[in-house]
Design a protein around this ligand. Structure first.
Ligand SMILES: [Zn+2]
Length: 90
């Protein structure tokens, strides 16, 4: 009898452990998804802000960065298209 009771108790404990394991697995899964999303966003932001930084430098060095005159020399003149472009993407 007592052996049977022991087995039942062990079974219950095992079931409890399995249930907790499942819960943990679900938590880990959702954390992994969240983590992947965050990494994705971080990379996107880095690439975008780096690109804008490069374009700003280019503009300050005297070149157009607007689609219309891209990479042509500004000849010391301010360009509204360029400034608008920077303003929109900053
Ligand atoms: Zn321009």
């Amino acid at each position: 009898m007592s052996l049977k009771n022991d087995i039942w108790q062990l079974e219950e404990e095992l079931n409890d452990l399995l249930y907790r394991l499942q819960e943990l697995r679900i938590k880990v899964d959702s954390l992994e998804v969240q983590n992947a999303r965050l990494l994705e966003r971080l990379n996107d932001d880095n690439i975008r802000s780096e690109g804008i930084e490069e374009l700003t430098k280019l503009y300050e060095e005297g070149y157009h960065i607007c689609p219309t005159y891209f990479a042509q020399q500004r000849g010391g003149e301010e360009c509204l298209f360029c400034q608008n472009f920077l303003h929109e993407h900053a």
